[in-house]
Design a binder for this molecule. Sequence first.
Ligand code: ADP
Ligand code: MG
Length: 375
Amino acid sequence: MDGAEPSGAGGEGAPLGEFTLIERFFARPTAERQGIGDDCALIDVGSQTLALTSDMLLEGVHFLPDANPQDLGHKALAVNLSDLAAAGARPRCFLLDLALPRADEAWLTAFSRGLFALAQAHGCALIGGDTTRAPSGATGVGLLTIAITAIGEIDRTRYCGRSGASPGDDLWITGSTGEAALALAVRRGQIEIAEPARAACLLRMDRPTPRLELGRMLSGTATASIDVSDGLLGDLGHILERSGVGAELYWPAIPRAAVFDTLPLAVQYQCVLAGGDDYELVFTAPASSRTAISRMAGDGVGVSRIGQIESAPGLRLRDGEHAAAPLIDIALQSFDHFAPPSPGPLGPASADRPSVAQSAQEGLFGAARSAKLDA
Ligand code: ADP
Ligand code: MG
């Protein structure tokens, strides 16, 4: 893409989605090792290659106003470390930007405790940032924003991004997806599940574990990799698009928590395939690496083979574990900040649940365009 000014904000025709918007207005050629498009940007500094990534958490978009501050501290860093994991990077340090509605000592104590516990666990130091007061909007209430930029180190000879998948490669995933989306549905009063599954799901939503150990193990073996933040189908779609390939995805092979067996299939599909907030790694690798990969376990989870890369474009979901199994015909929308809301299988949130501030984000909680609070 050249550096010319884009013409017109929305252009004619279809509304701009999140990724079209980034591609059209911000993606530009760069002399750096890796620019926009992968989970991390890569820059060479002397003999070293650094991986950089940045993610925000916004009140009302990514978390409810009554979110536990210690969990928020953990999650704000975890979602960034998850992008480092996708790049196979070793975390080195991070910057923290805060827009705070107020200087609340108890909140700051708990937030920094959660933040530093995870940072120390990965030897990742806070080295700077910015702190401002969040302005009060029309409602008179300032909204909390947390932004982190994380920096890691990679072995450039072993790096894979989103564009290296080839026809014939296996498709793999770490851990399991869907529980965080189910937790959000529970919090929104859309669904009830019994303990101990309820607590396990809430933990997945509030305190995600970045798959850093597995990410490093996989570098040099995986041909393409992404972390699942917006939903399995959507994030896998980024690998397919950037690699110029298609895939067969085998529904029975996709790992999911036992609690899903008690729920309608439509809810299972929505949470497991499009829910988001999972922070697992989806990756591809040649069949010759099967034995080595299937023995890998780290970060408290293992890996599962869930499909196959093909040259025919598109993503086909199959109700069996081979390419001739019947197709599952469902339309699911992974998370996109600018996609119009669409009705989902979970129905509306109950009115007595904590609502987000009266802001442009309100629709996110009103309709299940994704069960995700994003990250
Ligand atoms: P992730 O989910 O891994 O955090 P995103 O889906 O948010 O990645 O972003 C996709 C790509 O677009 C990434 O390479 C990211 O760095 C880049 N990107 C997102 N927003 C912007 C922006 N405002 N300016 C430049 N690059 C951006
Ligand atoms: Mg990512």
